[in-house]
Design a protein around this ligand. Structure first.
Ligand code: YNC
Ligand code: MG
Length: 388
């Protein structure tokens, strides 16, 4: 069933629940000097390229490949439309390796037709901190599908990750592969219900009119929590402490240092937004919330071309109720003209999804680890990791 994945050091379906396997690495590392030095072979019409995402022409090529060929919903109504600035943010965290931004070109005309990336991350799995790669943006041009190019891309990124002496990876996919460590669901909170219904993202509920629906999803004009404000550079140490304390309670979560927090959470326009609550009394930072911006292209609609979506990222509530904090996040997203606010059922998100009028999406997001076994799949609420 899985000609490629059966050959890889990942949990296999036949071993699920088998308690004779210990948790942890499946294969031990080998000396870096033993890692294959030549790239894997591609079909003869194609060649490898390392993509310098700093270079504007290259960033445009990657952007165009993904804009036309990346992930669509099951009904092919929407396609993710990551912006160039987003890709630069996603691909250049502290300690990133340019060699992990891998493309495939057609030899004859140099057209970019496939892509895969990794970025380094420290991930806590139970009591262990493991240096991993987060693998993302696997994409093969629509005209080259089902030719077994994806396994070559995966093997090549794996080789280049091994060359940096890293032996584990984390990734998510909408498809079921051997073997998910967790299976999560997206929930959607309408901010602009009329547009969402017009483009077919959502449907008018039974016995609902458009005007009742608009009233149902109406939000206050301004956040309600005293001391709620945008995160700034000076907040990095306090935000890091909040996040480290909070994320330590999950089975799988990133281990953020100050550089990671500055990179991943300091606001960048139309890429990532972060807000916090500064106590008006003692100026302590007590709560934090964040979301990233990932529009979707609307396919085949004459009135609208893009859906502006916010995705819940990391949130920590120590004093403000999480429900109120997330309601303030919805309010700022509405102020900034997002059409929808999305959240996975990870961490403590289930505690606010229904009350804040999120509805469940169709389709699941599966989380995976490469070369690291967990005995059992964990619950979404035990996951403290959000990948882009
Ligand atoms: C997928 N998403 O099962 P078997 S998510 C992993 N992730 O292998 P072919 C996938 N594997 O089952 P196509 C996968 N999708 O026979 C398919 N596969 O063992 C497996 N879509 O290859 C599949 N982006 O080339 C099968 O398939 C084999 O031409 C078939 O290409 C697939 O970024 C794809 O959804 C996804 O562009 C490239 O359909 C193509 O269909 C496409 O014949 C639209 O491939 C965009 C899309 C995927 C988004 C993502 C995470 C990727 C993780 C990859 C795995 C990383 C492992 C860790 C490596 C580092 C290790 C270290 C250390
Ligand atoms: Mg293929």
């Amino acid at each position: 069933q899985h000609r490629f994945w059966e050959t890889q050091p990942v949990g296999q379906f036949k071993d699920l629940g088998d308690s004779s396997f210990p948790e942890g690495p499946i294969e031990p590392p080998t000396p870096v000097s033993d890692v294959k030095k030549e790239p894997y072979n591609l079909p003869s019409l194609y060649e490898w390229t390392t993509c310098d995402i700093d270079d504007d022409a290259t960033a445009t090529e990657v952007y165009n490949l993904l804009t036309s060929n990346y992930v669509e919903d099951d009904e092919n109504m929407f396609r993710f439309n990551y912006s160039k600035e987003f890709l630069r943010w996603a691909l250049r965290p502290p300690g990133y390796f340019k060699s992990w931004h891998i493309g495939v070109r057609v030899k004859s005309n140099k057209k970019l037709v496939a892509f895969i990336t990794g970025v380094p991350a420290r991930i806590c799995v139970r009591k262990d901190v493991v240096l991993m790669a987060e693998v993302n943006f696997l994409c093969v041009h629509k005209k080259l599908r089902s030719k077994r190019l994806a396994p070559v891309l995966i093997k090549e990124v794996t080789r280049r990750i091994h060359l940096e002496d890293i032996w584990q990876a984390a990734y998510t996919a909408g498809v079921v592969l051997p073997t998910p460590i967790a299976t999560c669901q997206y929930w959607h909170r309408s901010l602009n219900p009329k547009k969402l219904i017009d483009v077919g993202f959502s449907r008018l509920g039974a016995r609902m009119t458009m005007s009742r629906t608009i009233r149902l999803f109406k939000l206050p004009a301004l956040p309600v929590t005293p001391g709620f404000r945008k995160m700034e550079l000076r907040d990095v140490p306090a935000v890091m402490r909040l996040l480290r304390d909070y994320l330590s309670r999950f089975v799988v979560a990133p281990s953020f240092d100050e550089m990671d927090v500055e990179h991943w959470l300091l606001p960048r326009e139309n890429v990532v937004d972060s807000y916090l609550v500064e106590s008006p009394e003692n100026h302590e930072i007590t709560d934090f919330c964040s979301f990233y911006t990932l529009p979707s292209m609307i396919l085949n609609n004459s009135n609208y071309s893009t859906l502006k979506a916010a995705y819940s990222f990391y949130n920590v509530a120590t004093r403000t109720p999480l429900l109120q904090l997330m309601n303030d996040a919805l309010i700022v997203a509405k102020q900034k003209d997002y059409d929808v606010f999305n959240a996975l059922d990870v961490m403590e998100n289930e505690s606010f999804l229904k009350d804040l009028k999120f509805g469940p999406g169709d389709g699941m997001l599966h989380y995976y680890l490469y070369n690291y076994r967990l005995r059992y799949a964990i619950k979404p609420s035990e996951l403290g990791l959000v990948l882009l």
